[in-house]
Design a protein around this ligand. Structure first.
Ligand SMILES: [Zn+2]
Length: 507
């Protein structure tokens, strides 16, 4: 017998076999039993949550010759023919493959004819949001006056792309993501039937990775069986998925926590050596950071999805990290993941994201007093020079600085009222990697020139350095006629600084 993908073998054949969508199955069964079916249904929801399976079950139920409490019998000639995709009155259209133009035209021409084989003609239109406008219009005409013998089932992952005129003529069902426990449960049944043994953590790793989609989960299980044979362990799953283990991710977070750059680069290097995909590394780290955040703010076992082996370590890390830092981490890594598509140096992008996080500063709560003590003992002179040592030690992030700009301005006013006035019409454009960029609109050329004087730059830099606790370079930029930003400190200015106003020639 030829090989059949597991998700086909274990495709649900009745409503009660559809996982995680009881609210829909029950309503449909009732409608069938009480003969109150609508003419058109719209099944919405994420991929692999049972939309197409439910559509086929419904198609069988309306044609079944021996209906069992609203469920198809799967034994009669009609049920069997539909299961074998051999039934003339159930037509499946995949709008994604050719945008449905010919099929919908054909549908419009033939929809009037009575069913040839069964009781009802069923049109299942998958990924219906992909239809062209022309096809939607043709469909709409049919939906406006549907013949009594026709049932439409439209399925989509993106209901927001469907015209309102179509939506308003369908009864809508929203399929939800299937929760991890339900997926794990179903996978356990499948492996049992397939005579495969799988460790709990491997099973849960697949279920978590599927993120609510049963079909994806079963496909991954299928790949794991092909790869590992009849005994599947966690490391097989990690290899098949190309994911980074929770243990390795935890070590990475440790390196960030301890500001251990060497360890950080070594770990990232190892991931590369193991052939991990950079996108996957970022995703796994984002996912892990999310788990830490949950442990911190919503430590509910319904929400936290970590393997029992990892949870102890993760709790320790969550304890040591601030909510704000975890939020920043998720944002920074997500931004890096987005930037990947524009980068031909993805590894550097990955490293830079982590280095950024380490530089921008993170305060392990537990480590705070210790850091203060060690600073004191190591650099007593620095401490004496700066009576404001406490705020100086606080490292703050760019978005914080931008929020605290009013404070910066207050302090600048205390040092130079003139500079404060020139800065009134400027907004800090960015503050990253120790560089603060101030950007002037083109009508503020004069302000820009005044601020861009050595003494003034020094004052701004001093104030921001005090506030952020890190050395800060200040740059000013001026918008020109084309709207582009150019650096105004020219070679001539540099030369003037060196030589004064002596006439010089620049070669
Ligand atoms: Zn039947």
């Amino acid at each position: 017998m030829s090989y059949r993908a597991l998700y086909r073998v274990f495709r649900p054949q009745t409503f009660s076999e559809v996982r995680g969508q009881n609210h829909i199955s029950t309503t449909l069964k009732n409608a069938i039993v009480t003969e109150r079916l609508a003419h058109a249904y719209l099944f919405c929801g994420p991929r692999g949550t049972g939309k197409t399976s439910s559509a086929k079950i419904l198609a069988k139920a309306v044609n079944c010759l021996d209906l069992q409490n609203g469920e198809p019998c799967n034994q009669c000639a009609n049920c069997k023919a539909i299961n074998e995709e051999n039934f003339l009155d159930v037509l499946e259209i995949d709008a994604a493959s050719n945008r449905g133009i010919d099929e919908i035209r054909d549908l419009r021409d033939k929809v009037r004819f009575a069913p040839s084989q069964g009781k009802r003609k069923v049109y299942i239109i998958d990924e219906v949001h992909m239809l062209t406008n022309e096809a939607f219009n043709a469909l709409l005409k049919t939906l406006e006056e549907p013949p009594a013998h026709v049932l439409f089932i439209l399925a989509t992952t993106e209901p927001q792309k469907i015209p309102l005129t179509i939506l308003s003529r369908c009864q809508r069902f929203d399929f939800r993501k299937i929760n991890t426990a339900e997926i794990a449960d179903h996978l356990a049944e499948i492996v049992k039937e397939e005579g495969v043994s799988i460790s709990d953590d491997a099973l849960n790793a697949i279920a978590r990775k599927a993120a609510g989609g049963m079909r994806d989960a079963i496909s991954v299980l299928d790949q794991c069986i092909a790869f590992a044979g009849s005994r599947i362990e966690l490391h097989h799953v990690e290899l098949v998925l190309g994911t980074v283990s929770e243990e390795a991710t935890a070590s990475l977070i440790d390196a960030v926590l301890q500001q251990d750059y060497s360890q950080l680069f070594l770990l990232l290097h190892d991931f590369m050596q193991q052939g991990k995909d950079i996108k996957q590394i970022l995703r796994d780290c984002i996912q892990y950071a999310r788990q830490l955040l949950l442990l911190k703010v919503a430590p509910n076992e319904k929400l936290v999805e970590l393997s029992p082996d990892s949870i102890g370590k993760a709790k320790e890390q969550a304890q040591a990290l601030q909510v704000e830092f975890l939020g920043r981490m998720i944002n920074r890594l997500t931004a890096a993941e987005k930037d990947l598509r524009y980068s031909n140096q993805p590894q550097i992008l990955l490293e830079a994201a982590f280095v950024d996080l380490m530089i921008q500063g993170m305060e392990p709560v537990a480590a705070e007093p210790a850091a203060a003590v060690s600073n004191k003992s190591r650099k007593p002179s620095a401490q004496a020079e700066k009576p404001d040592a406490k705020p100086v030690q606080k490292l703050i992030a760019s978005e914080e600085l931008l929020q605290q700009w009013a404070d910066v301005m207050m302090q600048i006013k205390g040092k130079s009222i003139k500079l404060h006035a020139f800065l009134n019409d400027v907004k800090p454009a960015s503050f990253q990697n120790g560089e603060l960029i101030l950007r002037f609109g083109q009508q503020y050329g004069f302000h820009h020139k005044m601020v861009n004087q050595e003494e003034n730059i020094r004052i701004i830099s001093q104030v921001v350095t005090q506030l952020t606790g890190q050395p800060v370079k200040v740059s000013v930029e001026l918008e020109n006629e084309d709207g582009y930003i150019k650096q105004e400190l020219t070679l001539v200015d540099e030369a003037k600084k060196l030589f004064g106003d002596i006439p010089i020639e620049i070669i």
